[in-house]
Write a protein that binds this ligand. Structure first.
Ligand SMILES: *Cc1c(COP(=O)(O)O)cnc(C)c1O
Length: 435
C-alpha cells in the first residue's frame, strides 16, 4: 500500500500561533483612523473589538500561545490531515508530487473555525455577551455561530443577500448552531435602509454587510464585532494550518518547491504560508509561494496598493492594501467566491516585498479543475480552494513539460458539499467567464 495520508496525533497540534509581522523585513504600514488619518490607537479599535484582540492585532511577538480552552475545541477536528493526490498525479501524467492540507474536516467544513473559536474565546474572556458579523457565502457566519454557541455568546450575522437566497443551507447551518441571520442590505440599520432606498434589488456585497454589522455593533450595548479574514489576528489564528503542514511534509519526507493557496481576504493563504515563509526568511529553502484569485475579483493582480476602507460605508480604519476600491462589487455571474475588494495588509506586504507571487484564473477553469479533482481524489472541493487546485494542476503540468520532479503543496481550505448551486451552474453549462 502506498502512503497517501500523513496524520498527526492530538499532542502534535501547535501550542502557539506564529506571527509573521515579527519577522517581516519591512514592517507593514499602520492602519489609519478614518477621520483624523492618524495611525489608529488602541482606544479607537476597542469601540468594535475587545482589548485582548486589539493587542493581538497590534502584536509584534513572534509566537503567541494558544489558550488551553481553544486547543480543547480545536481537538474536535485538529490536527487536520495532509494527503498526497496520487490519482490526480497519475491523471496528469506528471512526475510532480502533489500534496494538500485538508481543512474541510472542521465542523463548518472550512478553515474558518480556526479563528472563530479563538475570537469567541477572547470575547468571552472580555465579558462580551453578543458578537455581530457579516458573511458572504456563509462559511464565516457558520463558523462563528458554532464558536459562539460553544462559549455561550449570542451571534448575529448579516449575510450578503444573493447568498442568503442562493445558499439556504448555510443559513440553516447557522440557525442550527443558534445564530440569528439577516439578509444584507437589511431594514435593520440606517446604512442598509439607505442602500435599499437607492436600489431595492441590491444583491448586497461583503462591504455593505460589514458596514451593517459595524453599525449594529456600535449602536448595541454589550456587543462587539468579529471579522473572519483580512486582519492580522485572523491570519495569525490560521497559522496552525501551515505549522501542521510542515510537520506532515517532514513525515512524508518531502520539502515542497511550490506552496499554493487561494486568496479572498487572505487568511487561509497567510495561515498556510506564514510558517513556511519564516523558514524562507531565515535562510531556508527559497520556496515559490503562489496566491491565486478569481479574474473577476483580481485584487492582487489588478488592484492598487494604497490606503482604502475595509467596508463600503467607509466606517472602518483605512488599511494599506491591494484594493479594487471599497465600492467594488464583483459581476453577478461570478460563482467562485473570494469576492472581497481588498487584501489583508499582511498578504499585501508579502506580495509587495516579492515574498510571494500572485495569479488569477477565470471561473470555467476553476470548476474544470474542481471536477477533475473530485473525479480523481473523490473529495468535492469548495470553489475557493479550487483556485489553488487549478494552480497546482498547472504547475504539475509544467513539471511534466520540463521533466522535473517538483513537490507541490496546496491548501484545500474547505469542501464544496454546500456549494452545489455553483456546481449545478457549471455542470449545466450555464457558467461563463467574464468578458
Ligand atoms: C472564507 C473562505 C475563503 C476566503 O477567505 P480567506 O480569508 O482568503 O481565506 C476561502 N475558502 C473558503 C473555503 C472559505 O470559507
Amino acid at each position: 500500500m502506498s502512503d497517501i495520508r500523513y496524520s498527526l496525533s492530538q499532542n502534535e497540534m501547535p501550542e502557539a500561533w506564529y506571527n509573521l509581522p515579527a519577522d517581516l523585513p519591512e514592517p507593514m504600514a499602520p492602519p489609519l483612523h478614518p477621520g483624523t488619518r492618524e495611525p489608529v490607537k488602541l482606544e479607537d479599535m476597542t469601540a468594535i473589538f475587545p482589548e485582548n484582540i486589539v493587542m493581538q492585532e497590534m502584536s509584534s511577538e513572534r509566537y503567541i500561545p494558544i489558550p488551553e480552552e481553544v486547543r480543547d475545541i480545536y481537538a474536535l477536528w485538529r490536527p487536520t490531515p495532509l494527503l498526497r493526490a496520487v490519482r490526480l498525479e497519475k491523471a496528469l501524467q506528471t512526475p510532480a508530487k502533489i500534496f494538500y492540507k485538508y481543512e474541510g474536516v472542521s465542523p463548518a467544513g472550512s478553515h474558518k473555525p480556526n479563528s472563530a473559536v479563538a475570537q469567541a474565546y477572547y470575547n468571552r474572556e472580555a465579558g462580551i455577551k453578543r458578537l455581530v458579523t457579516e458573511t458572504g457565502a456563509g462559511q464565516w457566519g457558520s463558523a462563528l455561530s458554532m464558536a459562539c454557541k460553544l462559549f455561550g455568546i449570542e451571534c448575529v450575522v448579516y449575510m450578503v443577500k444573493v447568498s442568503f437566497t442562493q445558499k439556504p443551507y448555510r443559513k440553516l447551518v447557522m440557525q442550527t448552531w443558534g445564530g440569528t441571520v439577516y439578509a444584507s442590505p437589511s431594514e435593520l440599520t440606517e446604512f442598509g435602509r439607505k442602500v435599499l432606498a437607492d436600489d431595492p434589488d441590491c444583491p448586497g456585497s461583503l462591504g455593505i454587510a460589514i458596514s451593517e454589522a459595524i453599525e449594529d455593533t456600535v449602536k448595541t450595548p454589550g456587543t462587539k464585532y468579529a471579522l473572519g479574514s483580512v486582519l492580522n489576528h485572523v491570519c495569525l489564528h490560521q497559522t496552525v494550518i501551515g505549522q501542521e503542514s510542515i510537520k506532515q511534509m517532514e513525515k512524508a519526507g518531502c520539502d515542497p518547491d511550490i506552496i499554493i493557496g487561494c486568496v479572498g481576504g487572505g487568511s487561509n493563504f497567510a495561515g498556510m504560508v506564514s510558517p513556511w515563509l519564516e523558514r524562507k526568511l531565515k535562510g531556508g529553502k527559497q520556496y515559490r509561494v503562489i496566491a491565486v484569485e478569481p479574474s473577476s475579483c483580481p485584487t492582487l493582480t489588478k488592484g492598487e496598493l494604497r490606503y482604502d476602507f475595509g467596508d463600503t460605508a467607509m466606517m472602518t480604519p483605512l488599511m494599506m492594501m491591494y484594493t479594487l476600491g471599497h465600492d467594488f462589487i464583483p459581476p453577478s455571474i461570478h460563482a467562485g467566491g473570494l469576492r472581497y475588494h481588498g487584501m489583508a495588509s499582511l498578504v499585501s506586504q508579502m506580495y509587495k516585498l516579492g515574498m510571494v507571487e500572485a495569479r488569477s484564473y477565470g471561473q470555467l477553469k476553476i470548476f474544470e479543475s474542481a471536477v477533475q479533482f473530485a473525479r480523481t481524489e473523490g473529495l468535492i472541493p469548495a470553489p475557493e480552494p479550487s483556485h489553488a487546485i487549478a494552480a497546482a494542476i498547472d504547475e504539475a503540468v509544467a513539471a511534466r513539460e520540463e521533466g522535473k520532479e517538483k513537490v507541490i503543496l496546496f491548501n484545500l481550505c474547505g469542501h464544496g458539499l454546500l456549494d452545489m448551486t455553483a456546481y449545478d451552474a457549471f455542470l449545466g453549462g450555464k457558467l461563463t467567464d467574464e468578458a
